[in-house]
Design a binder for this molecule. Structure first.
Ligand SMILES: Cc1cc2nc3c(=O)[nH]c(=O)nc-3n(C[C@H](O)[C@H](O)[C@H](O)COP(=O)(O)OP(=O)(O)OC[C@H]3O[C@@H](n4cnc5c(N)ncnc54)[C@H](O)[C@@H]3O)c2cc1C
Length: 352
């Protein structure tokens, strides 16, 4: 059964950070769109962010953000971030009534400390603009046709002129992000980089570390990544000792660096106000526990000025479904918002 007799101008697959931002931009620019979401509710992963507090961006310039993100993501995301800098993300939430809290390092949160308030901003906006939102509605397939795409779900198909895949990465699969968008892309002939953990904790068997389980160093801590005893990267931020190893922002940023550089064998040195510890040959925790998924739709498959597939015109991508990732501190949500914004603006300029 086909649901539509005329094509929907834009079908957005995924009601997470990128999909909701895209729907909000589309509705404010008069582009007819609908959102198809696998889960019963929108924004499940956003609700988990920053321990439920949602660090949604960082109050820095796009240039500084790009420098912190590093290559190869920075070159790819430059147009998107310049078109939708952190200041625009913050101003957008503020204009919709969200009160913001700024940390000394520039990280921005809702003042309530409640991620649900960020998701509500999107929910309210979609309701006010009458954007159709179909929940419990996993998309199962996508076929290009002469005038757009046939988007299949379990119970119906619809015809869309353009499709935005905003299905996320593959970590915390209970939030609905299970790698579907990468699979659809693969079926359409796009190259997909292997999915792996980006920002993630490290396991160790070392008794001296495990004996400190429960310790948490919030101030003045750093983690350093050592290869053959030489420091190749270090990051400041929280360090936590877990029953299985070490976690926290400083550790996560080290594992992201190791994953991006393809470094498999390394040591971690943690420097805290209470002492320094070396974790020899730790193992990264699995992808399902990662803050961000590394890998995804290959960046050379996508036009960085439009977020449109180079092979399949009318097919757009935004957020973690792409092989993009940033450090901790609001970078990943900002990347999702900025790539979504650029995709929708490109659909708009194509419409004329
Ligand atoms: C524990 C944790 C803490 C984090 N904290 C922060 C933070 O503080 N700041 C920050 O910037 N980033 C943070 N992140 C990262 C951030 O949440 C993600 O980068 C961001 O949510 C990615 O947005 P997205 O829209 O690409 O994917 P998602 O937000 O994962 O959304 C994808 C959506 O697509 C839906 N979907 C998937 N497949 C289908 C399908 N076939 N049909 C229909 N719908 C589908 C999913 O159900 C999901 O709702 C955190 C992540 C985790 C796991």
């Amino acid at each position: 059964m086909a649901l539509t007799h005329r094509p929907v101008p834009l079908a957005i697959v995924g009601g997470g950070a990128a999909g909701l931002f895209a729907a909000s931009v589309a509705s404010s620019r008069g582009i007819g769109c609908l959102v198809l979401e696998r889960k019963a509710r929108i924004g499940s992963k956003m609700l988990m962010t920053a321990n439920g507090r949602c660090n949604f961006t960082k109050d820095i310039t796009p240039e500084r953000m790009l420098a912190d993100i590093g290559e190869p993501v920075a070159s790819f995301a430059a147009t998107a971030l310049r078109e939708c800098p952190p200041s625009m993300v913050a101003a957008g939430f503020k204009a919709r009534g969200l009160r913001l809290k700024r940390m000394v390092d520039g990280r921005l949160f809702p003042a309530s400390g409640n991620a649900a308030d960020v998701v509500h901003v999107f929910g309210d906006q979609l309701r006010d603009a009458s954007v159709p939102l179909l929940t419990n509605c996993p998309v199962t397939d996508l076929q290009p046709v002469k005038n757009g795409f046939i988007v299949a779900t379990r119970n119906f198909t619809l015809w869309a002129r353009n499709v935005l895949l905003a299905t996320g990465g593959a970590s915390f699969p209970k939030t609905g992000s299970v790698g579907d968008g990468q699979e659809f892309a693969r079926r359409l002939g796009l190259r997909v980089e292997p999915l792996r953990a980006g920002l993630v904790g490290c396991e160790t068997n070392e008794p001296a570390i495990l004996a400190m389980a429960g310790a948490r160093f919030e101030q003045g801590a750093t983690a350093a990544l050592l290869v053959d005893g030489r420091e190749v990267f270090h990051a400041a931020g929280e360090v936590e000792v877990e029953p299985w190893g070490v976690s926290g922002a400083a550790v996560y940023n080290c594992t992201r660096y190791a994953a991006r550089q393809g470094i498999r064998s390394f040591a971690l040195r943690m420097d805290t106000p209470e002492g320094s510890w070396l974790v020899k040959r730790p193992a990264m925790r699995p992808l399902k526990e990662a803050i961000v998924t590394m890998g995804g739709v290959a960046l050379d498959e996508i036009d960085p000025d439009t977020m449109e597939s180079r092979r399949v015109p009318g097919l757009y991508f935004a957020g973690e479904v792409l092989d993009i990732d940033g450090p901790t501190g609001g970078y990943n949500l900002t990347l999702a918002f900025a790539t979504a914004n650029l995709a929708v603006r490109s659909v708009r300029s194509k419409q004329g």
